[in-house]
Design a protein around this ligand. Structure first.
Ligand code: SF4
Ligand code: SF4
Length: 171
């Protein structure tokens, strides 16, 4: 190809590229200025877990180990204990409870198997995706942290979208 031919081809390629760029300018912007602007997340999103409490504020977990048995990543560590005090005096729903409940997010793949395995609705996925840390030890979240996670999540600039809206957003 002659030099002039090459120049013409290159100019045509640049114009073609610019046409694509310019066609996007009038369209709705997809970039979110997070955290200044809230981000939208579907309700089924599997973020960092939280340990659930019942309507009376009692811990639901009975330390049955089903979640840790179901975990393919061996990410859950539990130690069971018993609190034989009357219901009104203890912080747990049942006498048996998890004295230690850790999830290692260095291992967890957010698959949701633990949530499905739990017969007590005690472990749930929240919507928190701000999970970055600066050292490995901080990837292990303990019971105190997980019990507070739903409250922590409510402070995030996140809008939860109902799953029924998924079709609308897919367009
Ligand atoms: S979400 Fe999956 S990998 Fe993470 S703790 Fe639960 S079962 Fe394990
Ligand atoms: S979170 Fe659920 S499955 Fe896991 S130990 Fe507690 S009660 Fe059992």
């Amino acid at each position: 190809m002659s030099l002039l031919g090459e120049v013409v081809e290159n100019v045509k390629a640049i114009v073609k590229g610019l046409k694509v760029t310019l066609s996007y300018i009038p369209k709705e912007k997809l970039t979110n200025q997070y955290p200044d602007e809230p981000i939208q997340i579907f309700s089924a999103y599997r973020g960092e877990h939280y340990l659930n409490i019942d309507e009376n504020g009692k811990e639901r977990c009975v330390a049955c180990f089903l979640c840790s048995a179901a975990c393919p990543a061996n990410a859950i560590y539990i130690e069971a204990d018993e609190d034989l005090r009357p219901y009104e005096e203890r912080s747990t729903r049942e006498e048996r409870f998890a004295k230690v409940y850790n999830i290692d997010y260095g291992k967890c793949i957010l698959c949701g198997f633990c949530v499905e395995a739990c017969p007590k609705d005690a472990i749930k996925h929240g919507h928190n995706f701000e999970m970055a840390v600066t050292n490995f030890a901080d990837l292990v979240k303990d019971k105190t942290y997980l019990l507070k996670n739903l409250e922590r999540e409510s402070q995030l600039p996140v809008i939860i979208i109902d799953e029924t809206m998924r079709e609308k957003y897919a367009k």
